[in-house]
Design a binder for this molecule. Structure first.
Ligand code: MLT
Length: 310
């Protein structure tokens, strides 16, 4: 709900700051993408976009909080592929329905993931990593941002493909997880290039593979998981903006328009390119394209997680 109780007249929207909830800790990839687009969106809307990190339970705490907010356009949620895995992971415990309790605003970007480890982890190649983890599964630790996180989903794909059960260490985001990985307190994780590119190029972590069908320009020496013999470890983390269900269409339209302007902003394009990703095309930064992908992904990951035993 807006702080000053500004009028909720859709025609004059926005006439107050807008809160953008990031359901993971500051400094992680979801936070990074949000802060990239917040400024050009704020410029377009003529108000401040105030980013709030609401951590917990793989992003489901923050998403649940936004679902319960007033549908007046003054609370927006940035979320990613985890919006589509939560129903299968949490079932009845999930406090919201990703489709029924939100309006989609539009897709933002799709981010590759990288399999990385602490810099002194023994294996040097992805093939060696696979063998090492298979031989030491009871000793190795994998960091995630909690059940429902993209790092959790990629971690599931990885451990299922390797046929191993490792010790999972959950964090409130892969920002804090990365701190422990660089500090060699945890062995490996699968995380988005928006968080790992800098660490990989600086050598503070060891990188094994990227989870996209093709190699990426920002990390040209990193083989794909498919090249390295694990084609099932394939995932790109799509991000989208949401508002609570019932938000007036003219309010959603203004947010979608501002998102599209932000995604064509050269500084956003350049920042994303440096971090291994690109903004989605304008026709995907729409409620229709976003809803289509969300519903398809809920079905897809529901099946995958269902076969993994949840
Ligand atoms: C994830 O694993 O879902 C994200 O990397 C979490 C985050 O943005 O911190």
């Amino acid at each position: 709900a807006c702080s000053s109780g500004a009028g909720n007249d859709p025609a004059s929207y926005p006439d107050d700051d807008i809160e953008v909830v990031v359901p993971f800790a500051a400094g992680g990839p979801t936070d990074t993408v949000t802060r990239m687009i917040a400024e050009p969106m704020a410029e377009e809307l003529g108000v401040q976009l105030v980013v709030q990190n609401v951590e917990g339970a793989g992003g489901t705490v923050g998403a649940g909080q936004v679902a319960a907010e007033d549908p007046d356009g003054y609370t927006v949620l940035m979320h990613h592929i985890g919006m589509s895995t939560a129903p299968a992971l949490y079932g009845e415990q999930l406090a919201y329905d990703p489709v029924e309790d939100f309006e989609t605003v539009g897709l933002v970007t799709e981010v590759p993931m990288t399999v990385i480890a602490r810099s002194d982890f023994e294996p040097d190649t992805f093939e060696d990593f696979v063998t090492y983890v298979q031989e030491h599964e009871s000793e190795v630790t994998m960091a995630t941002a909690g059940e429902g996180a993209a790092s959790d989903l990629c971690g599931r794909l990885l451990t299922t493909a390797l046929g191993v059960e490792v010790t999972v260490v959950p964090y409130d985001g892969t920002g804090p997880a990365m701190e422990d990985l660089v500090g060699r307190q945890v062995d490996f994780m699968c995380d988005q290039t928006t968080n790992t590119t800098g660490q990989i190029t600086e050598g503070t972590v060891k990188a094994y593979a990227v989870t996209t069908p093709e190699r990426i320009e920002s990390l040209p020496d990193l083989p794909t998981t498919a090249e390295a013999g694990q084609p099932d470890v394939a995932v790109s983390v799509w991000h989208g903006l949401y508002v609570p269900a019932g938000t007036p269409p003219e309010v959603v339209e203004k947010l979608t328009a501002a998102l599209q302007v932000a995604l064509e902003d050269q500084s956003v394009i350049d920042q994303m390119a440096e971090l291994g990703t690109t903004p989605v095309d304008a026709e995907r930064a729409t409620p229709e394209a976003h809803t289509e992908l969300l519903t398809e992904q809920i079905a897809t990951w529901g099946d995958v997680i269902g076969t993994q035993g949840g």
